[in-house]
Write a protein that binds this ligand. Structure first.
Ligand code: ZN
Length: 155
């Protein structure tokens, strides 16, 4: 049987693993990739997102930058959640994650619906962050940068 403590240990492990061994780390050549920078001045977190969009699919994505463990592990988890996905799929993951972080977007039709945590996969590891409101901006930085990149691309 899995207790809440086991779950919190597992989540902590996932976050530390993505912090120590970030996935999709680095920068794609831009152009052709699109480059967007994101900042969280409250904590000093910085993200450089490079994204390759081909026929409406995020065919490649990389993240560089520096900051706290929450911001950098969240960026690594984000790349894993959207790489190889269509733009609507990526936006769906973004909406679910922001609802999990209790900062649902105004245009999210399901803003009041409970989040299906199992469908979030490893992203669920960050749900403990909501207990520390000041860190929510750390966790959402990579996703907000992704949203900015998609809007700059008109996607
Ligand atoms: Zn931070």
């Amino acid at each position: 049987m899995t207790t809440m403590d086991d779950l919190e240990d597992l989540y902590r492990e996932i976050i530390l693993d993505h912090y120590r061994s970030p996935r999709n780390r680095g920068e794609l050549a831009s152009p052709p990739a699109h480059r967007t920078e994101g900042f969280n001045p409250l904590c000093g977190d910085e993200i450089v997102l490079t994204l390759q969009l081909d026929d409406g699919v995020i065919s490649d994505v990389k993240v560089a930058g520096h900051g706290c463990s929450i911001s950098q592990s969240s960026a690594s988890l984000m790349t894993g959640a959207v790489k190889g996905r269509s733009v609507p799929e990526a936006r769906g993951a973004m909406r679910s994650f922001k609802r999990l972080m209790t900062v649902a977007e105004d245009d999210d039709p399901d803003a009041d619906e409970p989040v299906d945590v199992r469908a979030l996969g490893e992203l669920a590891a960050l749900q403990g962050v909501v207990k520390f409101p000041v860190r929510i901006k750390c966790a959402t930085l990579a996703w907000n940068t992704l949203a900015q990149a998609l809007s700059e691309l008109g996607a």
